[in-house]
Design a protein around this ligand. Sequence first.
Ligand code: ADE
Length: 250
Amino acid sequence: IKRLGIISALHEEQEGLVQAMHGAATVIHGMRDYSVGQLWGIDAVCVLSRIGKVAASMTAAMLVEKFGVTHILVTGVAGSGDAGVRVGDIVIGESLVQHDLDASPLFPRYEVPLTGIANFASDARMSTQLAGAALGFLESDFLEVIGLEDRQVFGLGKPQVHRGLIASGDQFVTSRGHIERLNTSHPGLLAVEMEGAAVAQVCFELGVPFAVIRTISDNANEDAATDFLRFVKSVAACYAFHIVRRFCRQ
Ligand code: ADE
């Protein structure tokens, strides 16, 4: 990796990474702070994307065109897209789809017009490296860095790492009916969030390898907003920090 762009969805996550950066300089552009420096020996640019597909697309394109990154990593939280994926589990996106895209009958539902693609594949090497980092975090850091109280509050037993499909849309999903419909229309769905598939499309179009890793903060049901806010406040940043650290050091 020559130069890694790290897109965080949460302020808390970016904060820890920026503090860990050596010789970071901040460049403000288009309402975002790009922190340019070194992370555990890797040339890196950290940025907060803001929320949603357009915000994420803008950020990914700037990382490549203005900051010259060669690889992009997306970190953050997501809602569970399947009963087997629990709060505290880690999901690595092997493919990403925009669940709110529908140009039918001109193009098949979910397909990005003129690309012929609905599910965009992430970079296999980066994803495998991320899976190693996530497993290392869960096996070696988890009990140490996530306090007993937080583990009890969120019912975190032994979190798992999943690899598969992530769906993104400009919607915070907060109903059981909605997430069940998404699970049905996207076989193998693991998680829902609001940026990953947008970054995937931009990276596909620009020929830049990318990967997406998300920690499950909620079940995308009626409790999602409350669960999300609590999770983000206490443990989300910890996951991201240690996983990125292990990813960079590999
Ligand atoms: N990110 C975290 N939880 C989410 C949800 N329920 N819907 C969309 N994005 C999310």
